[in-house]
Design a protein around this ligand. Sequence first.
Ligand code: ZN
Length: 401
Amino acid sequence: MKSTSRDIRLRNCFAVLRHLIADAPTSRQILARETDLSVATVSNLVTDLIELGVVVEVGREDSGGGRPRALLAPNAAGGVMIGVDVAETYVQLEAYDLALTVVDRVEERMEVSENSPDQVIGHIASAMDQVRGRLGDRAVLGVGVSLPGQVDVAWGVSGFAPNWNWHDVPFRRLLTERLELDVPVYLDNPLKTITVGELWFGDGRGVDRLAVLILGTGVGAGLAFGGQLYRGATNSAGEWGHTTINPAGPECRCGAKGCIESYVGAPAILRQWAALGGRPDTGSQTEAMAALAAAWEAGEPSAVRTVETVAESLAAGVANLLNLVNPDLVVFDGWVTAALGDALVPEFERRLAAHAMEAPLKAARLKRNTEERNMVALGAAALALEGHLNRLNTVGSRSRR
Ligand SMILES: [Zn+2]
């Protein structure tokens, strides 16, 4: 795909605003240094960001004898971006100012049976009503929604949500009608939104080649190169969970055999523990995972053995990813990482060298996400912010082209 000057301008704009959000208040000169762009390029972008109402000048600093430098910050009093995390048991809606700071949050619990598009949209609408009521006259500039499953980003359609048996649901149109919205709505799945969240606010900021591994009930990766999410031809890039590590392995829910997910997804981990005689019969998946972590902590042999076996599969899968992608940074995220990471991460890191090639292994930093925030909702809001910044190409270019 050809990179146009428009793409490059947008990419530079993301880089400038990410540093500006992280380091505010800051100056054009410091932003130029941080982003490796010229002061002239940064100044042009900042002028457009100010015109768009995203950035404001907040004062001046002494530059050591020269002309005082203007200090810049995100326009915290400007409009808000909405990020929505739709999961199987809850809808969490967060409102963010333009510094991506949470200004409001509503969570709606959902019964597992409440899974029709109408019911899910009803919960989003109810959360949105509450937040809108409290925002007063602050404008909503965009809405990002994370939905489980496959999403057609261009058409705003949920192509397939396996757990809800949704097929080709025109979710964006339905939601826009229900909310009576006149702002753009962006849809994607949690793999993609978490990765965008990492680029804007997490460890991925400023990283050239980033992989985010999400370990949960499902397993997958988000990839980003040059500060931009990599989607692939059909938005399915990063389906790392469905790469094969054993062609004769157990059947996976995708229909194939021996996928990495059929070894390290939460149900697979608990199945292996049960096979060794360990899993308590009662409780939810998350409770069982917490019980496994506690049993491992206590040195119970079935738990220790389970963690070792899962770590071996995970090491093979991560080595495949390192060899294929050669990333600078791999961030581990997802609820299984949070619940079992203390046991699992050191065990699999020890086994990694047996599977990965030396050069990509040495080049990659491995890190667990320590961010307490909801990265799914944050990333969804960041997608909406990226869409808003796309307007720069109509706003700013007017004056300079
Ligand atoms: Zn699979």
